[in-house]
Design a protein around this ligand. Structure first.
Ligand code: NAP
Length: 242
């Protein structure tokens, strides 16, 4: 698989990982990118004729359908948009947990559903969903977010299973810690979004289904692979340190 000459749609393309993915796709010489954002004006940072800016709040059904009716030639759907409400299970209101679930899980499901007819019509189609390393264990200071990403991972596996018959691969990306607004104020050593984005594209080109595109993600995954309980213990330790 090559990104070169492909037509890609990226949600949450105005900042962070989404913006870095747009730039990485341009470097990979894609043919066209539908760059989506809740505020289309925020996409004016991109000055490249291959970019088609689209207004898209993924939780808005009308906007989802309008995007799917407009971007009829999309081959690669990248579900990147996401939210994180920090907080622990017994510390926060249930409202924040619902919000994380609403965007990261339900709205992302609706994006997959809205674009499936488009992907089915186009050649060499695939989906890429951005989950998180937090799907492997619950990090209590982002308890609701972790649960929403575990749910997204699971339903993306369902998409992978169901779409295999149509030859539409589904990649699930599980980053650890990337230096974006989502981690504002963190003192962790994080991977730069442009580095993570290029790692992601390279792994997709290598047909890797489950992708971990950064150092912290990989080190956490290694712990989980050795023993899921060890990663849970690390999470508990981090919770009590904070
Ligand atoms: N940063 C990390 O360490 C990390 C690790 C694992 C996974 N991830 C995942 O990677 C993805 C991108 O995160 P990021 O780090 O780039 O975060 P970010 O800098 O906070 O950017 C989030 C993006 O999602 C968009 N968004 C939020 N709600 C939306 C909605 N309802 N409709 C459309 N767009 C919406 C935001 O748009 P606005 O500008 O309009 O708010 C923004 O473009 C997320 O799914 C996140 O969970 C990030």
């Amino acid at each position: 698989m090559e990104f070169r000459d492909k037509i890609v749609l990226i949600t949450g393309a105005n900042r962070g990982i989404g913006k870095a993915l747009v730039e990485a796709c341009l470097k990979k010489e894609v043919k066209k990118i539908y760059a989506c954002a809740r505020d289309k004006n925020a996409l004016s940072v991109f000055q490249d004729e291959r970019i088609i800016p689209l207004t898209l709040d993924i939780s808005n059904q009308d906007q989802r359908l309008a995007a799917a009716n407009m971007a009829l030639d999309v081959q690669i759907l990248i579900n990147n948009a996401g939210v994180l409400h920090p907080g622990s299970l017994f510390g926060e209101s249930t409202h924040d947990f619902r919000e994380d679930m609403e965007i990261n899980y339900f709205a992302t499901i609706e994006m997959m559903r809205a674009f499936l007819p488009v992907l089915m019509k186009n050649k060499e189609a695939r989906m890429i969903n951005i989950a998180s390393i937090a799907k492997f264990t619950n990090f209590p200071f982002i308890a609701g977010y972790s649960a929403s990403k575990a749910a997204l991972y699971s339903i993306s596996q369902a998409a992978r299973i169901e779409l295999a018959q149509h030859n539409i691969p589904v990649h699930i990306v599980n980053p650890g810690a990337i230096d974006t607004d989502m981690n504002k104020g963190s003192t962790m050593q994080m991977t730069a979004p442009h580095e993570m984005a290029m790692n992601l594209l390279i792994d997709v080109e290598a047909e890797i289904e489950d992708i971990i595109p950064d150092k912290i993600g990989k080190s956490m995954y290694e712990i989980w692979e050795r023993s899921p309980k060890e990663l849970e213990a690390l999470s508990r330790q981090l919770f009590f340190q904070n």
